[in-house]
Design a protein around this ligand. Structure first.
Ligand code: 1CP
Length: 355
């Protein structure tokens, strides 16, 4: 086979993969599994390869990104890879002064709290993140039939870091801006929606075959506030990438009361944390959408029998939901998780769900 035929062959195999079939709500040979934060974090080979390289620098090194993205695929036999990066990368790429500090997370030098602060946010051009295009090209060539998930931070979650200046428990400055200056807030979220959509487009055009929008902290909002002040920006992101036909996954934590609206914002797959069983989630999410989740990440610290019992519960609830199901945790892998517990869980879900 010529190289282009080989590439075309793997593209067809990717489209027929259990992961993409589940996202589209089609029949699957087994329930596909991947883990949020599967790359990085708990793997010793990750810690070794990252030694001495700051997080944001590592995201700009295509060969390194390729290797880190592939590590969990090789080790765990997961059904999809997630591109190794961070939600802050596109903001760094347009020149926002920020860093990702070990043990803390993203820290922003000049938090955005007034109109002048908005000037830090210009649109993202593909050339700003050419290392992403390069890394995804390398990855797609090596992944063969395994799909690659691209991702970005949703406008609310990005705004929470930009307005607070770093990780925050209560989001007090963010909410003060949202309630106190709706006009400035809308402009902030609108600019972030454009940057996020631009970042997802770069990833899809480079070869990502699904995308996940991480609105990790949106569960801090009541439904009315979400609908009025956040949903239009997230919907804009989904709308901007709808034309590519790749599944769009929408995920947040503590979003039991928001699941319907998060589906309505334009997702094809709604990610659910561990607080809502998937059959109940299906009732809350509109029809025709697949579900992703939702084992509690801390369950992996319990003995194997307990992990299996929880996996059974999730698989049974998913079967009862009648929707496409992508098995995942309800949030990211915790850094001190035993990697072997993850490998065992993948193989258990594959065996139990084989049809
Ligand atoms: O040096 C390090 O290893 C720092 C730890 C780390 C890693 C491995 C950070 C800092 N980011 C990442 C990579 C990362 N971030 C990925 C890689 C791909 C994968 O999932 O395997 C992804 C998808 C993210 C996305 C991300 N970053 C989110 C959304 C996902 C989620 O878990 O909710 C969020 C909220 C961030 C911000 C962030 N970056 C890093 C940290 C520690 C945090 C969270 C800080 C906080 O509590 O607010």
């Amino acid at each position: 086979m010529s190289e282009s035929n080989a590439l075309q062959g793997s593209r067809a195999a990717v489209q027929d993969s259990a992961f993409l079939r589940a996202c589209r709500g089609e029949a699957v040979p087994h329930t596909p599994v991947w883990f949020m934060r599967q790359a990085g974090r708990s793997l010793p080979e990750y810690l070794k390869i990252r030694e001495g390289i700051p997080m944001l620098d590592s995201c700009m090194m295509p060969e390194l990104v390729k290797e880190i993205t592939l590590q969990p695929v090789r080790r765990h036999n997961v059904d999809a890879a997630i591109y190794f990066s961070d939600i802050m990368v596109p903001l760094k790429a347009i020149g926002v002064d920020l860093d990702i500090k070990p043990g803390i997370g993203p820290v922003v030098a000049n938090p955005i709290r007034d109109r002048a602060g908005l000037e830090q946010l210009r649109p993202l051009e593909p050339g700003d993140v050419s290392y992403v295009t390069e890394a995804i090209g390398l990855l797609v060539a090596e992944l063969g039939a395994t799909p690659l998930i691209g991702f970005a931070g949703a406008p609310y979650t990005l705004a929470s870091y930009l307005v607070e200046g770093g990780p925050s428990k209560n989001h007090e400055h963010t909410k003060a801006l949202m309630y106190g200056d709706p006009e400035l807030w809308q402009e902030l979220l609108d600019r972030l929606a454009d940057i996020t959509a631009g970042f997802l487009k770069v990833q899809i055009e480079a070869g990502a075959s699904a995308v996940q929008l991480f609105d990790s902290w949106v569960g801090a909002l009541a439904p009315n506030d979400y609908r009025r002040s956040v949903m239009p920006a997230s919907a804009k992101v989904f709308d901007e990438v709808a034309g590519y036909g790749v599944p769009r996954i929408h995920f947040g934590v503590g979003t039991g009361e928001l699941l319907g609206l998060m589906g309505e914002a334009g997702a094809d797959v709604v990610g659910v944390d561990w607080r809502v069983p998937l059959d109940e989630a299906a009732r809350r999410v509109g029809p025709g959408k697949a579900l992703q989740g939702n084992i509690d990440p801390t369950v992996l610290f319990a003995p194997e029998a307990a992990v299996r019992a929880k996996a059974d519960e999730v698989l049974d609830a998913a079967a009862a939901s009648g929707r496409g199901h992508v098995f995942n945790l309800g949030h990211g892998v915790l850094p001190s998780t035993d990697p072997d517990a993850l490998t065992r869980l993948v193989s258990y879900v594959h065996e139990r769900s084989a049809r």
